[in-house]
Design a protein around this ligand. Structure first.
Ligand code: PLP
Length: 366
């Protein structure tokens, strides 16, 4: 099998999705499964849907197009506020988009009317993380504006935390979102169907002792793919963390000094020289680098330490030589998966598919 490759365990993803759908369902919260880290891979989307997710979310239109080309018919929400230049495609392929800008909403309205469609809108509110969002005091006015625009239907509000500034979803900011939902409904004389509380960083809040209030949706990517809480990278109890593995081939292995010699400057990426490793007398190189994945987000096998990485080489230290031509597997975090999924140099392999659950792709690599 060709290397490097990213092995995705669909059975782990199915398990995590089923578990989250059930446990959050008990709190009245539905799961929008997020495909953006997988570039909209139809295999993974189909796994999410077969495991009980009711809807999909992605941040990029090309990814949504790939889902649609792959035969995915489920409702899709565009998670990032649309670019003005892509509103026609969004109205064509997405059921809902998350929005913050009146100018974009006006353009979506024109596109929806031209296409003879009704496009759903979720207004994102700023709750302190300082990424996307309408300031809370402006929300009711923007909501009223949406209601006045033909071709648009105000479906709900949402918030996103823990992405830009690491602000933790908690009782206070989630209660604020619930209160804002009430205020928009009261002011506009309408009912909001969706109150989307956030991403995987909301899971411990949602499953904890706090009341969930009006929040009835979470948009989950990392929790379903990797079983991890992005706030501290710890496993979410009951979820599988073996969803993604990067596999690379050994191209050199043998005894080498642990201390470099010669005058030392910065490395190829302008970084200061790494500390000298004491991990073992044997240096092994696998054919894997920053062009393929995020080496800093890989967990090496037991007894092996990653000591350096460049564009195409991952340098390891250990006690024993490893045969050239053999393969090594690294457990991959979100950033490593994201980059491996995006890299044309990495083959994608889907394992553990339930028969009949996922469509067979024309090509597994992309
Ligand atoms: C990426 C993203 C998500 C999903 O985040 P995870 O941490 O992978 O769960 C949810 N909502 C928005 C707006 C996003 O951009």
């Amino acid at each position: 099998m060709s290397a490097p490759r990213l092995e995705i365990r669909l059975d782990a993803i199915a398990h995590n999705t089923t578990s989250m759908v059930r446990r959050l369902g008990e709190q009245g919260i539905s799961v929008t499964a997020v495909t953006k880290a997988t570039l909209g891979a139809p295999e993974i989307a189909a796994t999410f849907l077969a495991a009980g997710a009711g809807a999909l979310g992605d941040s990029r239109l090309p990814n949504v197009r790939r889902l649609r080309r792959g035969g995915i018919r489920a409702p899709v929400t565009l998670l990032r506020t649309p670019m003005l230049s892509e509103v026609d495609g969004i109205v064509e392929h997405c059921d809902i988009s998350c929005n913050t800008e009146p100018e974009v909403l006006a353009a979506l309205s024109l596109a929806a009317v031209a296409a003879d469609r009704v496009h759903g809108v979720v207004l994102m509110v700023e709750l302190g993380d300082l990424r996307e969002g309408i300031m809370p005091n402006d929300l009711c006015a923007v909501a009223a504006g949406v209601c006045d625009l033909p071709g648009l239907s105000l479906r709900g509000i949402g918030a996103n935390l823990a992405c830009s500034s690491g602000v933790v979803p908690d009782e206070a900011n989630m209660a604020e979102l619930s209160a804002l939902a009430g205020r928009v409904e009261h002011t506009g004389g309408l009912e909001l169907e969706i109150v989307s509380g956030g991403n995987s960083a909301n899971v411990s809040w949602a499953l904890g002792p706090a009341r969930v209030g009006r929040i009835n949706d979470l948009r989950l990517g990392e929790a379903l793919l990797l079983g991890c809480d992005p706030l501290d990278r710890t496993p979410i109890p009951g979820l599988r963390t073996d969803g993604a593995t990067v596999v690379a081939e050994v191209i050199e292995s043998g005894l080498k000094p642990t201390t470099p010699w010669g005058t030392r400057g910065a490395n190829a990426f302008g970084e200061p020289p790494a500390a000298v490793s004491a991990a073992g007398p044997v240096q092994t190189i696998v054919a894997l680098g920053r062009q393929d994945t995020d080496p800093g987000d890989l967990a090496p096998p037991e007894g092996i330490e990653i000591v350096a990485s460049s564009s195409d080489h991952l340098v390891l230290r250990g006690a024993h030589p490893v045969p050239v031509g053999s393969e090594m597997s690294f457990s991959a975090g979100y950033s490593a998966v994201l980059r491996a999924m995006t890299s044309p140099t990495v083959t994608k392999v889907y394992l553990g598919a339930e028969p009949g659950a996922a469509p067979t792709p024309a090509r597994s690599a992309r």
